[in-house]
Design a protein around this ligand. Structure first.
Ligand code: R5P
Length: 288
């Protein structure tokens, strides 16, 4: 059975259709003292696929509760899909005495599952923090699907060197175009500077591809540079459309043509599902 976390209900339904496995009924509740309570009252399957984006502290707790509930319900195998893994960017201690938060979360999740599926984690190396087998999947290719088919001389651009492979995946899935990247310097959590590359966006449709749009600082800087340089249209695409705080406004003010994200985080810009990619990853490994 596919068991949805509260933040991943649309993706869980899409995955259920993709895998041909029933979608479990789940109740999400809260006690008067604020504690969350997530339950799967009629769980009845050998395998539970718990699909839960952890974009809030409550979502993390809910995930642990769902893992426990399906074990109580008799699941012999538990697969945990983290479409978007919160805390993944805290993958090292930033100061003496600081936590490696991604590792703490990974360890907690590992106690309730046989294996894990991650979609475009910020760094693939965080899979080492889990105590169970991890399958990492790349959904960047899915971002090509909602794009118009008539892009003019398309340039798929990564806003920093770390996202080049994502731009290449999206370009390959689109079927034509060139890829390049900007250099990025981050001065603070919200202050980002991007330096244009050799690629000339003048008169072209440019598709910026990143793993996540969080505060929107990176993406809006890149959009503004491209528009200043005479790009025809600039599309902002990302796997995880977190769109925190004023991110949406920053992108609009920078002159974005359209924002396209997947359903790892369910937003109004989630124009395409990662379900086919996740389904392949779920079925790829059998745990005895
Ligand atoms: C950073 O390396 C990531 O790939 C994203 O570019 C970054 O997390 C986006 O964050 P923000 O939207 O806050 O600039």
């Amino acid at each position: 059975m596919i068991v949805p976390g509260g933040s991943s209900q649309a993706l869980a339904a899409a995955l259920s259709a993709e895998l041909g496995e029933p979608l479990a009924a789940v109740t999400y509740d809260r006690f008067p003292d604020g504690e969350t309570y997530a339950a799967v009252p009629e769980f009845d399957a050998e395998r539970a696929v718990v699909v839960a984006t952890t974009d809030s502290n409550d979502a993390w707790v809910e995930l642990l509760q769902l893992q426990d509930a399906v074990r109580e319900g008799g699941a012999r195998e538990v697969v945990t899909v983290l479409p978007y893994m919160g805390y993944a960017r805290q993958d090292r201690a930033f100061e003496d005495g600081g936590p490696v938060s991604a590792r703490a979360m990974a360890r907690a999740v590992s106690t309730g599952t046989d294996r894990v599926v991650l979609v475009n984690p910020h760094e693939t190396s965080i899979s080492d923090f889990f105590d169970v087998h991890v399958t990492v999947c790349d959904a960047a290719g899915r971002l090509a699907e909602p794009l118009p088919g008539d892009l003019t001389d398309p340039l798929f651009l990564a806003p920093d060197a770390g996202a080049v492979e994502l731009a290449e995946s999206a370009c390959a899935a689109y079927g034509r175009g060139e890829t390049d990247y900007f250099e990025k310097t981050r001065h603070s959590g919200t202050d980002v500077e991007v330096t244009p590359s050799d690629a000339d966006g003048r008169g072209r449709d440019v598709v910026i591809v990143d793993d996540i749009v969080a505060t929107g600082s990176t993406m809006s800087e890149a959009i503004a540079h491209l528009n200043d340089g005479g790009a025809e249209r600039v599309f902002a695409t990302c796997v995880h459309p977190l769109l925190a705080r004023s991110a949406r406004t920053k992108l609009e003010r920078a002159g974005v043509e359209r924002i396209v994200g997947t359903d790892t985080i369910e937003r109004d810009v989630s124009a395409v599902s990662v379900a086919p990619v996740v389904a392949s990853a779920v079925d790829a490994v059998e745990v005895a």
